[in-house]
Design a protein around this ligand. Structure first.
Ligand code: ADP
Ligand code: MG
Length: 226
């Protein structure tokens, strides 16, 4: 089943002298349960693509379908709810709320919808992340690896069908990089979440099932990893 489909996706920033075509008529189909990495040089349009897929920013042209729904038909409020439930976003810079503790940061997407997570789901996630002892710490009291695990927890709590991660291991040492990749693999294999992960690193890219390379806003290769 197609979970994410992109047709003729174009994104142009600015106009006239400052015009940049960040994405140029991208076509892409992602099946439910795939683990995809997106690789390409800096400035090639990777983050732009992820923002479009996550509904964070709007395309200049083209269509995006998530579970066969054209996301351009959603208004802003519908989009925000849809995004929280369907899409988990993970960034290189963690994007945690500094005044909320680990538990509140993880639960944030649900709290915003006035939904209380089941305790068993929450406990399972915190255990999986190895954060049980840290549940009442603030982000400032955590290491980079722990912060990234909180961010991953937040993207898992609603069990969104899609996880979009922009250089999630970009700020991490090799041990925490491994731990992060492991968590994404568990999300993919055990919870059947579809993962799209941007990375600079060819070796990290190859831990996915499929690697898509973008250069100058166009897909130049799309290969299944053996
Ligand atoms: N908000 C923006 N306004 C203008 N240009 C932008 C903006 N965001 C990205 N760009 C430009 O779009 C191109 C693609 O950027 P980006 O998607 O961030 O690349 P990558 O993530 O592959 O490094 C770059 O040339 C970048 O400078
Ligand atoms: Mg980027």
């Amino acid at each position: 089943m197609s979970i994410l489909k992109v047709e003729n996706l174009t994104k142009v920033y600015g106009s006239k002298d400052t015009k940049v075509t960040a994405l140029n008529r991208i076509n892409l189909n992602i099946e439910k349960g795939e683990f995809i990495s997106i690789i390409g040089p800096s400035g090639s349009g990777k983050s732009t693509l992820l923002h479009m897929l996550g509904g964070v920013d709007k395309p200049s042209e083209g269509n995006i379908y998530i579970e066969n729904k054209d996301i351009s038909t959603l208004n802003e409020t519908e989009m925000a709810v849809f995004r929280r439930k369907k899409i988990g976003l993970i960034y290189q810079a963690y994007n945690l709320i500094p005044t909320l503790d680990v538990e509140q940061n993880i639960m944030l997407p649900m709290l915003l919808d006035n939904v209380t997570p089941k305790k068993v789901d929450y406990d399972r996630i915190v255990e999986l992340l190895g954060l049980t002892e840290r549940r009442n710490h603030l982000p400032s009291q955590l290491s980079g690896g722990q912060k990234q695990r909180v961010a991953i927890g937040r993207s898992l709590i609603y069990s969104p069908s899609i996880i979009l991660a922009d250089e999630p291991t970009g700020n991490l040492d090799s041990k925490n990089t491994k731990a992060t990749l492991n968590l994404l693999k568990i999300a993919n294999k055990e919870y059947n979440q579809t993962i799209v992960m941007i990375t600079h690193d060819e070796k990290i890219a190859n831990s996915a099932d499929r690697v898509i390379k973008i250069v100058d806003g166009e897909i130049v290769s799309d290969e299944v990893v053996k």
